[in-house]
Write a protein of this length. Sequence first.
Length: 270
Amino acid sequence: MTTAEIQAPRTTTTSDAIAIENLTVTFSSKRNTVTALDDIDMKVAEGEFVSIVGPSGCGKSTLLKVIAGLTDASAGEVRLRGKTVRGPQRDIGYVFQRAALLEWRTVRKNILLQAEMRGLPRQAAQRRCEYLIEMTGLSGFERAMPFELSGGMQQRVSLCRALLHEPEVLLMDEPFGALDALTREKMNVELHRIWRETGTTVVLVTHSVAEAAYLASRVVVMSPRPGRIVETVHVDLPKERDYSETMKRQEFIRVANRARDLLGSSSDAD
């Protein structure tokens, strides 16, 4: 199935999926004004996987919301594939920390909710749904209800739903933070495999330095609020990565240690 079956052809030729320039976000109330993000400059290439780490409250989630068009920039600009973001973006997939599945809908119907909300062609969406179910190892659970699934399986359903419309960019906000350590490792491996197979541009927010270093080609480290980019750490690891072997590589250790040093403390990262 081609992208054209469920959405309009993509015409832009820019090599940057995301371009952020001089981005500042402030929130004002009667009592005070809070600067969440300050002068952010960042680019993400087509098909790249970028992780963002930083202390709690530094604006990581706010940054994702601005990229998705869910929160307005106070200053600066965000562009998706060359077009300035103004309002919610249709070509974005979003995965939250909680799977947020509808308890009265089966796995298949939870995934197809995306198609219903976007008015996608039914048959093409159903074919895409079956492909994603197979790709994420959910075959046999199509008619299962959310309460019958483990936390990891629920997040796989959430990921399928986010990928149903073949988004240009997938934004993930601490998607595995509520999972136990073993399940989280398995989901890291699964996500990395899916990224390699689909070629989707991914921006992941996480508190886990190990997760960030394993998954990404670059790790963006942010400062405490107001959130600024302290440094971008490049990850020189093979695109195809065995989890246990990657953990032993000097390059992985270098990236993780550098990110922790930049954070100033290991208390915000595992």
